[in-house]
Design a protein around this ligand. Structure first.
Ligand code: ADP
Ligand code: UVW
Ligand code: MG
Length: 388
């Protein structure tokens, strides 16, 4: 008998997973991840049900998604969980116009999602590869797509369109927004704290390998920094963030970069990695004494600070600022600097609370509540599985 859900979350630097009991309360049975896939892969599995935790390196070189998946599958097999899984929720980064809620991944859906690969080149193909691997391993289970873009479908039209001819918007060249499962989880945590008002006018900073901000009003997305693709907005680990489109035209026409080279440059050779020339990993940069590392961090912080102002403008003010994901949860120094940049909005943090980095980190006098809430895209996806 199947009595459990598995969620698989393929990000740009990691494959995360969680297993839940198939009940409304979604009791957590197991969670873990393979992180730093492209550099120093590392397996973590939390201790559960008599099994000790795992925390070990998987070697010094990059590993592909097949190897990361097999490592996780073997941890599930060791705990006799595979036969219990009846539904698998897949985080799929791009749902385009058509996938605005969780969807059964039949052959037609997968074909439609493949067409979106160019809009999320370092995610979508891998997300769909994970679907195929899971379907092979767990033929008894339903495979369900849970979309990063879905949470942002509630934004007003004005927040979605670009200043391009109308026909382009009609053809789907609009902003979609990403990290929606993460924002959906934060909205649910804020509802637990504040009820349906959900913390008022909120900016959530999802600062991971990919990074974006979301403006939420009463728990619904009204604006976000990522757009048509996962390149827009903040400077990220290896992605450039917002860029004058004139730069792209120049690189194509005058520097003769091929579309493939340009894709590799903007998605995998830019951001913290490109600016520092050292690493796209914030931990590595924070540990480096090289001025180029400091310069990349300065740019990251500067751009987050500017974009918080932009989203506060879209909301008409700011009541709550939330930090989440790898950098947002663990890098106290980055939070402190971003909050200093947002002081003009009434943000003031308590240094000791910020160092602890859990729950409320603002001080008594702050006009804005500042919170650190761990990202849990897996639980948001698992909630979506309940309707199948
Ligand atoms: N203790 C830490 N201090 C600073 N940065 C950290 C820390 N832990 C994780 N990070 C950073 O978080 C990022 C990864 O975030 P994560 O949300 O796990 O990414 P993704 O889901 O995109 O794979 C990396 O840049 C990593 O360096
Ligand atoms: C959408 C995106 O950038 O995801 P991640 O941060 O997991 O790479
Ligand atoms: Mg992520």
């Amino acid at each position: 008998m199947t009595d459990a859900f598995l969620v698989l979350n393929g990000g740009s630097s990691s494959l995360k997973f969680a297993v839940y009991g198939a009940r409304r309360e979604l009791p957590l049975l197991l969670r873990g991840s393979v992180s730093s896939l492209a550099a120093t892969p590392h397996l973590r599995v939390e201790a559960a049900a008599g099994h000790p935790g795992i925390d070990r390196s998987l070697g010094d070189g990059p590993i592909d998604i097949g190897k990361a998946f097999a490592t996780i599958a073997s941890a599930l097999a060791d705990r006799d969980l595979l036969r219990r899984i009846g539904r698998v929720g897949h985080r799929i980064v791009h749902g385009g116009r058509d996938f605005t809620e969780a969807t059964l991944l039949d052959a037609r859906a997968i074909e439609a999602l493949r067409l979106l690969e160019p809009l999320a080149p370092i995610h979508q193909r891998i997300n769909l590869e994970i679907v195929a691997l899971a379907a092979g391993l767990l033929p008894q289970a339903l495979q369900v797509g849970c979309f990063d873009t879905a949470f942002h479908s509630t934004r007003p039209e004005i927040a979605k369109i670009y200043g391009l001819p109308r026909a382009m918007a009609e053809a789907g060249i609009v902003s979609y927004g990403f990290h929606g499962l993460s924002y959906s989880h934060i909205a649910s945590k804020l509802r637990d704290r504040h009820g349906e008002g959900a913390g008022g006018r909120v900016v959530v900073a999802h600062l991971g390998s990919g990074a974006s901000l979301c403006a939420m009003d009463a728990g619904r997305s009204v604006a976000t920094t990522m757009g048509f693709s996962t390149l827009d907005g903040l400077v990220m680990s290896t992605r450039c963030g917002a860029l004058d489109p004139g730069v792209i035209l120049y690189l194509l026409r005058d520097r003769k970069l091929s579309p493939e080279d340009l894709t590799a440059l903007l998605y995998e050779g830019s951001g913290l990695l490109g600016v520092s020339g050292i690493s796209g990993d914030m931990r590595t940069l924070l540990g480096s004494s090289d001025p180029a590392a400091a310069h990349a961090i300065d740019l990251f912080v500067y751009r987050v600070g500017r974009e918080i102002g932009s989203l506060a403008a879209a909301l008409g003010g700011l009541d709550t600022l939330v930090f989440t994901a790898g950098i947002g949860e663990h890098a106290a120094q980055i939070r402190q600097r971003i909050c200093a940049a947002a002081r003009w909005l009434g943000v003031a943090i308590d240094d000791e609370r910020n160092l602890r980095g859990e729950g409320v980190v603002s001080n008594q006098g702050s006009r804005v509540d500042v919170l650190v809430i761990p990202a849990d895209e897996e639980r948001a996806a698992a909630r979506e599985l309940l309707i199948f």
